[in-house]
Design a protein around this ligand. Structure first.
Ligand code: AMP
Length: 118
């Protein structure tokens, strides 16, 4: 599971091969709107480094990248203006988690009351 597929969709987005509706980006992260939103506001935040999942990121990324990525999550929340109304952060991992794209990412969902967690 930790073998990184260099042609996964998010890798191709980072290479500029697939267009996205960008929210913001920094040295270590890119955030953009999910192409198939599951809520009125559905953003994705991805690290720019080649990490397949959370463990890959946590074990291999530098402290600077880890902090930069989390700053990216915070910046995205600020831009979406959902700090006061609330939101949900999800990160699907592996088969049981339902991860479809093997590049580490988190989902930020908001814009309405989201209901039960699952
Ligand atoms: P996951 O199931 O956690 O791997 O989530 C992958 C997410 O990527 C899904 O919510 C998809 O709707 C989203 N997605 C797939 N292709 C694209 C794309 N080209 N641009 C933006 N979001 C995408």
């Amino acid at each position: 599971m930790n073998t990184y597929d260099k042609n996964n969709i998010f890798a191709r987005i980072l290479k500029g091969e697939i267009p996205v509706k960008k929210i913001t980006e920094g040295h270590d992260f890119l955030s953009f709107y999910d192409a198939f939103p599951k809520a009125p506001l559905h953003a994705l935040v991805i690290p720019k480094g080649a990490y397949a999942n959370w463990f890959d990121f946590y074990e291999k990324a530098s402290q600077e990248e880890i902090i930069g990525f989390h700053n990216g999550i915070n910046q995205t929340i600020e831009i979406l203006e959902i700090k006061e109304t609330g939101f949900r952060i999800i990160s699907n991992q592996g088969a049981n988690g339902g991860q479809e794209i093997p590049h580490y990412h988190i989902h930020i969902l908001g814009g309405k009351k989201l209901g039960p967690m699952i």
